[in-house]
Design a protein around this ligand. Sequence first.
Ligand SMILES: [Zn+2]
Length: 676
Amino acid sequence: MDVKASVRSYQLVSLRNYKLYFTFCIACLVILFTSCEKKTNLVPPSNGRTDFTPTIIKTSAGKEMVQIPGGWFEMGSKKKNESPVHKVWVDSFLMDRCEVTQDEYEKLIAGNPSHFKGAKNPVEQISWSNAVLYCNARSRKENLKPCYDEETGKCNFSANGYRLPTEAEWEYACRSGTKTDYFFGRDTSQLKDYAWFADNSTNKTQPVGQKKPNQWELYDMYGNVAEWCNDIYSESYYSNSPEKNPQGPDKGKKYILKGGSWNSSAESCRSSYRIGEDPGFQDACFSRDDIGIRCVRIASKSTSLNTGNSNFQLISLNPPNPLFQRGNSMLSFQRGNGTISPFSKGDKGDLKSTQNQKSSKLKTGFIYSDIYLKHKTGPRHPEKPQRLTAIVSSLEKYLSDENSKLQLIPPKPFSDTIDWLTTVHSPEYIERVKKSCQNREEYMDSIDTPISPESYEVAVMAVGGVLSAIDGVMNGKIKNAFCAVRPPGHHSLRNKAMGFCIFNNVAIGARYIQKKYGLSKVLIVDWDVHHGNGTQDAFYNDPTVLYFSAHRSPFYPGTGYVDEKGIGKGLNYTINVEMTAGNGDINYKRVFENVLKPRAIEFDPDFVLISAGFDAHKDDPLGGMNVTANGYAEMTKIVKDIAEKCCDGRLVSVLEGGYSIDGLVESVEAHILILN
Ligand SMILES: [Zn+2]
């Protein structure tokens, strides 16, 4: 295994990425969170129509939408590709009051593609094809029928889920009853009051909802980010488009963008301004930091103009989605398959005493293979091969020294690993991953989990890394181990990939410990900044695996509330601790000392696994927390202490997240030094 060679080629790239992410992270921390949600008490503006007062609803996810009435309007202008001006009818619909923010995007899709980071800034660097996947994810989360066929991008307009607006809907909503170039008239000197554009944006996006809204209470219709419409672009479409609810031409290479962006001139922010842009179907790298999204959906009840309300209404829509309620059980299907051979205390005692004598001289295993670099996720994806090459590079000093306490160990071969996957995943799902990779599909189940042709093999070998580490510990060859594997695993479910994860490395490891070595009780400690919903799911009704997770909440993937404690015999064998954004070393140490330690010692595990994500690191571009390498060392000490007290130090730690390259490297080194 040529570790050194593979490392060097990645070092330069890693350094550059780190600098970029560090900048993003700082930007994240200094942004003032100003939500448009706070502005529901505004008095209706008097400079537009007074015969219609918008109704604003709040979705179950807390997003404000404006109920736009059905009506006629004059679309287009006399300019070349905007002519002729023509009358169009649009049915009633609901439209997001603000552009979709990074915060909202991240709650549904792991990873934030945006260039200008900020929780309340609009999400950008979104291709049209990714925008429709976001719409579908948002629909599913709220139990609505998704509008898009994810293969073809075709929109089902009768579905009640989220979609991109048609160009007609967008312009109708933007004009909000006006016929002038802008909804405030023709005087471009007023644009600065309504829009972040080239003259005032300071060359970047700004938090949504800061400027004045239009007559129908929609914010940032001009500037900030240009917004994708559902329609294909054609310069001549208006010459014979349908009068009612036009949906754009059937064919064409480009899709419509409306509204202009932070780098647009006043001219490009006009209500009728339209431009076509490449939708990015094929090119995973397609992205522009001035393109974002705003969704629409069918209105719950039809309204028309002249409703005559004099005040805003704020009503709540959508009952909470049962799939995502606290303590419940989207997470309830299929937990393992249960043929676990219990190990008596006496037997365990014998095992302890033999291992005790040797363990002090043993090394810590470091599991790695260059094959892990072959899972390609695209140049802008945070879960990239450089994460591992940077780790290996920083540990070379130990790995190349015979006298050091770190020992490089290869993963278990593919053929010895593959059969263990069904202890957690269905055969159908495993086959589906294989086929998706063979068919060169771009992602697995959700857009945040890109795949490449070799991802199937790599994902199996990531599991093989964990099994190899367990073998090493159980056979007394190493004291404990850290597995530098990718893709990560803790989000992946029995039948579904998500959040960068394909197979659940740690969950399969726990079943392997039980089935192959007959140990009955496994403790899994998950300190990744995201909740390990897949791992929780695998053992939710199982008292033989104690799953402990401390994670930021609410946050992706929307599970892991404190009252999710397990069900049936598994009740109280799932422990979720919700951490607050910005928490650091002290908060984590307190939780590990006061919550994890007493419960873990009471449980008395036979083996300890760590889902070691390092994305709560202070420099991480996704996590928004403040943990330092020292904090990870402290957590490692506590978990190691539990393993020593309960099971002769048998512990295998498995890499999950961690996307600041330097933050990851220093944290892994601190973690490994304590393990040893
Ligand atoms: Zn994570």
